[in-house]
Structures are given as C-alpha cells and as structure tokens.
Design a protein around this ligand. Structure first.
Ligand code: NDP
Length: 338
C-alpha cells in the first residue's frame, strides 16, 4: 500500500487476467484499486466461487473474458464498503450473480469489487455468506431450471426427472432441489464411482452418461417427465428424444458441446417443450424469486456434502481441475482467507 499526502493507492489481493504480448495469463496479484471498473457500490468481497464459466475464463480455454485486465469471478458475496445508491448502505451484505461480471466487468475473485447497484440483491437471511456462494450461479441456475419445469406443469407425480452433468455444480444442486420437492431423480454422470454422493443428494438411480452422449434416434422410448441438462450436444438431443409426451427439458449448459444435433420429432409429435435457461441477464425479480425459493428449500446440512473450500492461491489450479471434470459439486473461494 502506498500512502502519501497527495496520492493514496490501495491494493488488495486478487486474480487478474491479462492478455498482451506475453500471452493470456491469470495470476494472483496485488491489484491496484484503479483497476476496478465504474459502479456505485464498492464491496469487500468475502466469498466467491468457481463455476464452469470461471474455469473457461481463468484458463483462457474459451473467449469468455472480453476486457483486460480483468478480475474473474461471476459470483460474489460481500459487505458494502461504500455506496452512492439509495438501495444499499455501508455494512449491508449483498450478492452478485452474472450480469457480465467476471466477463466484461471485474468480478468476485479479489478482495474488493465495484458493482452497479441494480445488479445486487441482499443476502437472503437464511444463508451465511459462505453458503450463498456454495449455491452461487450453479445453484441459482439449477433453481431457475426447476422453476421452468414447474411452470410447464411437470409435477412429481408425472414421473422421473433426468439430471445430466450430475456431479457438477448445476447438476448437484438440481438433484438436491428436485429431491427435496419430492421428484424422482435419475442422475447421469461419467463418474459412476460417485454414485454414493449422488444418491446422498437425492438421486434414486444413477446412469452412465455414455448412454446419452452418442448420436441417437429422432425418437426413443419415452422415459422422462422432465430433464435438467447442463451438457448440451448429443446428450440434450437424446434427452429430448426420450422425454415423455408433454414433458419439458430445461437446457442450461454445454459441458459436452454447444451443438444441438436433434430433430423436430419430439416437439411436433410429442409436444415436448425445450425451455432455455439463462442466468446471466435474468431480470432481478426472477433472481429474487429463485433465491427465496432456495431459502425455503435448502437445509443447512446440504452445504457440507456439496462443497469444498479453497483460498485465492488455489484458484488457478482448481480452475484447470474443474474443466478436466475432476471436481465434484461446488468450489467455494474464501477470498479473505490465507
Ligand atoms: P461443472 O464443471 O461444475 O460441471 C459440469 C459437469 O458436466 C461435470 O461435472 C461432468 O459431470 C459433466 N461433463 C463434463 N464434461 C462432459 C462431457 N464431455 N460430456 C458430458 N458431460 C460432461 O459446471 P457447472 O455445473 O458450473 O456448469 C455446467 C454447465 O452449465 C456449463 O456448460 C456452464 O457453462 C453452464 N451454465 C450455464 C448457466 C446459464 O446461465 N445458462 C449458468 C451456470 C452454468 P459428471 O462428471 O457427473 O459426468
């Protein structure tokens, strides 16, 4: 920290992504406050998380970051340190999920952040800051997927719900939420050795993802009343082909691929609905509803099983592991921790 009579420069620890003649790199650094973007609320970040998109941003495997230098981290929870907004006061605990944060506006993987007040929601009283980040965008997106199934009339008595990418953040929370609501959940995974974990979350059956990941027929035997898919590609196509008449498939991810090699048959012959789920630009009222629903459904014991905690020094290595499919559930980052 430099502190003179004429010039005060504050630094804080964080991951900074740069792209220049030395290449693309994400490193833990002492970051100068002038790197922070414009915004009316400055936040002392307590926890952030690692989502799939953060893994892509930190490793540079996909062009997620569109502005350099940039602090990654699409999620954060923290304490308001300074506010020019009438909606938030110093000392308030707030959450930010998405809105381009960690992509084009510096995000949560640093000890300080500056945000626009219209992106923030108060931390729900049901959750500690750490629990809110264990949920993060993954849990909030899983909730949006469940809400889409419910909106389309997929009730527990309609039959089995398929959850793909089961060991991931979205998948783990989708299983948890659905089972708490009384649905029968079938989890699809590449890691059958994690079946005890998936069953503990609430899956009644675990299937291998290879049964869904290769090119399939336009229509298959009807099995699913609903699907929550974070995988895309052939898996999404096969999930649609095996959804029962009138069922709904909520599609939110692309872990297998961005393509969608499907036919219109399930839509025009079985009347199924494909519900697209975007969490990033979701209107604030829907976010508040999703977080309220999460508060009502999730019990504190859920968080022990689903998450592992790391600090900022461990973030870059963990991002690679996440993309390599070596992480189960959620990674929560204690941003102030040693
Ligand atoms: P994670 O990395 O935590 O989980 C992804 C899971 O997908 C893995 O754990 C693995 O599960 C499965 N998987 C990985 N590679 C493959 C593959 N090649 N084929 C099939 N399955 C695979 O990511 P998140 O849960 O955070 O995100 C999941 C997806 O959802 C990502 O694509 C992400 O970008 C997207 N997403 C979209 C959002 C939106 O707003 N639409 C918001 C949040 C996430 P297993 O080992 O069990 O097979």
């Amino acid at each position: 920290m430099m502190n003179t009579a004429t010039n005060i420069e504050t630094t804080f620890k964080g991951i900074l992504i740069n792209k220049d003649e030395q290449g693309y790199r994400a490193e833990l650094q002492d970051i100068n406050e002038n790197v922070l973007p414009e915004g009316d609320v400055t936040i002392k970040v307590l926890y952030s998380t690692l989502n799939y998109k953060d893994g892509l941003a930190i490793t540079g495997k996909s062009p997620v970051v569109r502005h350099f230098p940039l602090v990654p981290g699409i999620d954060l929870v923290g304490v308001v340190e300074h506010s020019d907004s009438a909606d938030f006061n110093v000392g308030d605990l707030v959450i930010n999920n998405g809105f381009g944060v960690g992509e084009k506006h510096s995000g949560g993987l640093a000890q300080k952040a500056r945000m626009k007040s219209e992106w923030l929601i108060p931390l729900p009283t049901a959750f500690t800051p750490k629990q809110a980040m264990i949920i993060g965008t993954a849990g909030y997106t899983a909730m949006l997927c469940v809400m889409a199934l419910q909106k389309n009339g997929v009730t527990p008595n309609k039959g089995e719900i398929l959850v793909t990418g089961a060991n991931g953040g979205v998948g783990s929370f989708a299983i948890t939420i659905l089972s708490k609501l009384g649905y029968t959940v079938v989890a699809s995974t590449g890691r059958l050795d994690e079946s005890p974990y998936l069953k503990a979350l609430g899956a009644s059956e675990v299937i291998h993802r290879d049964t869904l990941s290769s090119p399939g027929k336009p229509l298959a035997k009807e099995r699913w009343a609903g699907v929550i898919d974070s995988v895309g590609s052939h898996t999404l196509a096969n999930a649609c082909a095996s959804t029962k008449y009138g069922g709904t498939v909520a599609a939110c991810g692309l872990a297998q691929g961005m393509d969608f090699p499907a036919s219109v048959a399930p839509f025009i012959l079985r009347g199924i609905t494909l519900a697209g789920i975007d969490s990033v630009m979701r209107p604030i009222e829907d976010r508040k509803e999703a977080w309220q629903r999460l508060s009502d459904i999730l019990e504190p014991s859920v968080f022990d099983d689903i998450a592992q905690e790391i600090n900022l020094e461990q973030v870059v290595e963990a991002a690679t592991k996440l993309l390599d499919g070596e992480i189960r559930g959620r990674v929560v980052v204690n941003v102030q921790g040693e």
